[in-house]
Design a protein around this ligand. Structure first.
Ligand code: URA
Length: 301
């Protein structure tokens, strides 16, 4: 492979979300399945064997990462095959969704809910993620901030909004005089979509029962919905964030005894790309603070 081809292959991998080295050496995922099966039955005899180019037995997670990892110049390779052995038989979508609903409903406190999220195996995103990312801030907060999904930094550190977008969010909160101890920050998704792609409706649907249960258990006085995915999911609307931002809504679902005032605002990642929009987000933050501090009442349209 020429340098140019190797570089193109690397860039492609990064774009697909394979942007993190998990092991010292790479695994040859292009060997024929029989060869890999043989390999899997031979235990690694020594650390030297481990460090060679010999592939270790594939795990479900490994397999998922490997899916589709062909690269320019590798046309004679065997297509990688994912064996879902460790996950058990794949369940129909409705059954998995019911599992998510049951697991969320069975959690009677926040700790059990966090554990239920961590042990939930129904969302495919978990297989390519490094960490389950649940929350940051205070469990007894009066307000919840709900973003979209973990990005690369969040996936590595296991906490929401800790990358560049998170730093911008923290700066905005701090400038508005809102302490991190006053908020509970979470996302609609608990696992990073590969390559930060937009999550699909199935992935969102599987996480939603857990998001709703978090809202029920925290019972925040206010919600701040950050970005398109958050506002569309929580309000069940197809309207975009630019139309909805700065407006107050009555957020409700059946597990809540009363609706919660919720305001939508622009995502800090968008603000990093479009700095001219910061003034809108700042206006939203001030409106949010004024209601939080009891200076105004939310005008729910
Ligand atoms: N963007 C989000 O929506 N959430 C995060 O946690 C990080 C970036």
């Amino acid at each position: 492979m020429s340098n140019r081809e190797a570089r193109a292959a690397l860039e492609w991998l990064i774009e697909m979300g394979a942007d993190e080295a998990l092991e010292e050496t790479s695994r040859d995922r292009f060997r024929a399945p029989e060869a890999r099966a043989e390999q899997a039955s031979v235990p690694a005899a020594s650390s030297q064997a481990q460090n060679s180019m010999t592939p270790a037995p594939p795990t479900a997670r490994d397999g998922h990462r490997a899916q589709g990892m062909s690269a320019p110049g590798m046309s004679d390779a065997q297509p990688p095959v994912w064996h879902p052995g460790e996950q058990g038989p794949l369940q129909p979508a409705e059954a998995v969704l019911q599992n998510a609903r049951d697991a969320a409903a069975a959690a009677n406190d926040l700790e059990s809910l966090h554990e239920a999220i961590r042990t939930f195996e129904g969302c495919e995103l978990k297989r390519s993620a490094s960490n389950t990312v649940i929350y940051r801030g205070s469990k007894s907060a009066k307000v919840m901030l709900i973003g979209e999904a973990p990005g690369r930094d969040e996936d590595i550190q296991g906490q929401p909004f800790v990358g560049a977008a998170g730093r911008m969010l923290d700066t905005m909160l701090e400038s508005a005089g809102i302490a991190i101890e006053e908020v509970y920050i979470t996302n609609i998704l608990f696992w990073r979509p590969p390559g930060n792609r937009t999550p699909d409706t199935r992935e969102i649907g599987l996480c939603l029962p857990f998001v709703e249960r978090q809202i029920e258990l925290i019972r925040p006085e206010l919600l701040l919905m950050i970005g398109n995915v958050s506002v569309k999911t929580l309000l069940g609307t197809t309207q975009g964030i630019t139309r909805l931002r700065g407006k107050w809504f009555a957020y409700q679902h059946e597990g809540l005894s009363a609706p919660i005032p919720a305001i939508a605002s622009l995502h800090p990642a968008y603000l990093l790309r479009q700095p001219a929009q910061k003034r809108h987000a700042w206006r939203d933050m001030l409106a949010f603070r004024a209601v939080l501090r009891g200076e105004t009442k939310p005008e729910i349209g």
